[in-house]
Design a protein around this ligand. Structure first.
Ligand code: ZN
Length: 647
């Protein structure tokens, strides 16, 4: 009997940004899971895509001088290219601007409009939406968007505006969703996330709006074309629009039945979109009378080398750069082996090269090289025959015997790292066996058959490893299999359950190392750029020590000092340099009051390119000594005329 197929999705990614490793992480995980299920002889459908509507996109498009569709078409290519570079093989890529999606969402909205709750109320009703609206931006802002209560772009207070929107009666569905979660018909994983969802239900969440009047870049609401579909219904529906929901043709209906109604359905995502996926989405499906997804797996957040990912830190890694440095497969491996899938963790990019060299170049790549080289030298490049009663072989066979089941067991529980560890333990076992059996000694002492037996067993372990790590590193593992003379016909967990499979006498060749050693650490270009900028100016008005050599230092006297409005750390100083007077902005207000400084002699960098700090001209920098939370200005220890050079 055919095994039940599985449908795996990532969230669709918003195209206001280029893909970074946050997007890549979920997508690589989904690709790996799908490949693993296929190894277990299950059909798997893996969907990813892009979310392309909304005010932010329209705004970014107009800033780029493009119409929104052309703008989206451009950004989508970055996602598609990045996935290709990472060896991602999705079965379908849905865009919310696809016609099929528009048709599907139109159907869903129409259905929702006619739907009634159990107590006979309309599921969709008109009500007032109230929000903070910036006329400058022509969009709603949230409290979080504001800086000191103002729109950061237009420096104006947003208006409290209300518009009439269509609302979804979420409250009517919460009791049923609670029941389904508790009975595990709707399985939310890991368990902490399930608790979080049940906690949200207990708070009696308000209904959510399905439409917006002032956002024109979206799907028109069929029963009220002045309004467009708001993000929840537009984005979440991709999971069914991609597989034919609402389409009349036979093929779409077959697809939908197969992948939604009959398959095991799994949505993967990061935990920040929990509420929408675990409550809004199931509620909408209940309202239109469709089956709910079976499993929602919410993975954690990660930091990069202990820091939150951000543009300011330059640690938002472009997957293409990572691939250029380590290759697609190793990049996937490095990301998936940092911490268990599911929890919060840290991606130690600074240690990527070390990890690559130890796990891939040394443990795995070197084992293959040593074994194949010895076979080339001593056995004419032909795989020697097995010797079953060698010391240590029994143990290795036992280790290998249930490896495939163990690894797949981990995968069924979304423990990708656990599955990788099963393969790692085989590699370690084989290395230990090889070193202990020391086939080079047997060769020297003329026991060629014994040496051959050792090499054969190592090749067998490598064959099993090539199956177990294939979902993580598909290209490299196919290369490894090619060295052993294995093709895709035996690429399955079933074949990994067998031992003594390789045919003695088959030719083995390895032209270059599977994982060549890498010397250079990986530094994201964003970080390199920041470091270069830091060398010329630091934002607190203090000079970086590396630039001292090029610098012209002079003694100056502070004539006037005052605080800078809205900047707690800055003082605006008027200084006398002898031949001229200047204004500088200095980040010393936490340590000196304006009065402290007037009349004081200080040392300044006189040949600095003028800069604007908080919009105010600054022609130079003062020198200060800083340690921890202490700062003191550098000034001459005795009287000297202003303008005197320092050096
Ligand atoms: Zn604004």
């Amino acid at each position: 009997m055919a095994k039940r197929p599985i449908y795996i999705t990532t969230p669709i990614y918003y195209v206001n940004d280029r893909p970074h490793i946050g997007h890549s992480y979920t997508t690589i995980a989904a690709d790996t899971l799908a490949r693993y299920h296929r190894l277990a002889d299950r059909e798997a459908f893996f969907l990813t895509g892009t979310d392309e509507h909304g005010a932010k996109i329209a705004e970014a498009a107009s800033a780029a001088g493009k119409d929104p569709q052309a703008f989206c078409d451009g950004i989508v290519l970055h996602f598609k290219d990045a996935w290709k570079a990472l060896g991602i093989e999705e079965n379908d890529f849905i865009r919310t601007t696809d016609t099929r999606h528009l048709e599907s969402v139109t159907k869903i909205l129409t259905k929702l409009k006619g739907a009634k709750t159990e107590s006979g109320e309309d599921v969709v009703y008109a009500s007032k939406y109230e929000g903070l609206y910036c006329v400058g931006c022509e969009k709603y802002l949230t409290e979080k968007d504001l800086v000191d209560g103002l729109c950061p772009d237009h420096k104006r207070k947003p208006d409290l505006v209300s518009e009439s929107n269509w609302f979804f009666r979420l409250s009517a569905f919460l009791p049923e969703i609670k029941r389904l979660i508790e009975s595990e018909e709707l399985l939310i994983l890991p368990l902490e996330r399930r608790k979080e969802v049940l906690g949200l239900i207990a708070q009696n969440l308000p209904d959510f709006s399905l439409s917006r009047e002032k956002v024109s870049w979206g799907i028109p609401v069929p029963f009220d074309p002045k309004q467009s579909a708001y993000v929840w219904v537009d984005a979440l529906s991709n999971y069914i629009s991609a597989i034919g929901y609402g389409a009349e043709d036979v093929e779409s209906q077959r697809l939908f039945k197969k992948w939604w109604n009959d398959a095991e359905t799994v949505h993967l995502m990061a935990k920040d979109i929990l509420k929408f996926h675990c409550l809004f989405w199931p509620a909408m499906l209940l309202a239109i009378g469709e089956k709910l997804p079976e499993k929602l797996f919410l993975h954690g957040f990660f930091t990069v080398d202990g820091e939150k990912m951000s543009k300011t830190l330059g640690n938002q890694i472009d997957p293409n750069e990572l691939v250029a440095h380590y290759g697609a497969d190793a990049s996937r491996y490095l990301l998936l082996t940092q911490y268990p899938f599911g929890v919060d963790g840290d991606i130690q990019v600074a240690r990527f090269t070390e990890k690559y060299n130890s796990d891939l170049a040394n443990e795995l790549g070197n084992l293959l090289s040593r074994v194949v080289k010895m076979i080339e030298r001593q056995f004419d490049g032909k795989l020697p025959g097995p010797v079953r009663d060698l010391a240590g072989v029994q143990e290795l066979m036992e280790l290998t015997e249930d490896a495939a089941d163990k690894a797949y067991g981990e995968i069924k529980h979304f423990r990708i790292q656990g599955a990788i560890e099963v393969a790692q333990s085989l590699i370690k076992g084989a290395n230990k066996f090889f070193d202990h059996a020391a086939p080079w000694k047997s060769i020297k002492e003329g026991r060629l058959e014994e040496a051959g037996g050792v090499l054969y067993v190592c090749c067998e372990i490598l064959r099993v490893v090539s199956v177990l790590l294939y979902p993580v590193m598909p290209t490299k593992m196919r290369e490894l299999r090619a060295v052993l003379g294995e093709g895709d016909d035996t690429l399955s967990l079933d074949s990994a359950r067998e031992f003594f499979c390789l045919k003695p006498g088959s030719a083995l060749t390895l032209s270059e190392p599977l994982f060549p050693r890498i010397q250079e650490p990986f530094v994201p270009s964003g970080m390199k750029k920041l470091e270069a900028e830091k060398a010329t100016a630091s934002d607190d008005g203090l000079l970086d020590i590396s630039d001292f050599g090029k610098v012209k230092l002079q003694v100056a006297e502070v004539l006037k000092a005052e605080k800078v409005e809205g900047a707690d750390k800055l003082l605006k100083l008027q200084i006398d340099l002898g031949k001229e007077k200047r204004q500088i902005i200095a980040g010393v207000a936490e340590f000196y009051s304006a009065e402290d400084l007037v009349g004081k002699q200080i040392v300044v960098v006189a040949n600095l390119k003028p800069a604007k700090i908080r919009g105010i001209d600054s022609q130079g920098m003062l020198l200060a000594a800083k340690k921890g939370k202490k700062l003191t200005l550098i000034s001459p220890s005795g009287e000297i005329p202003v303008g005197a050079s320092v050096g």
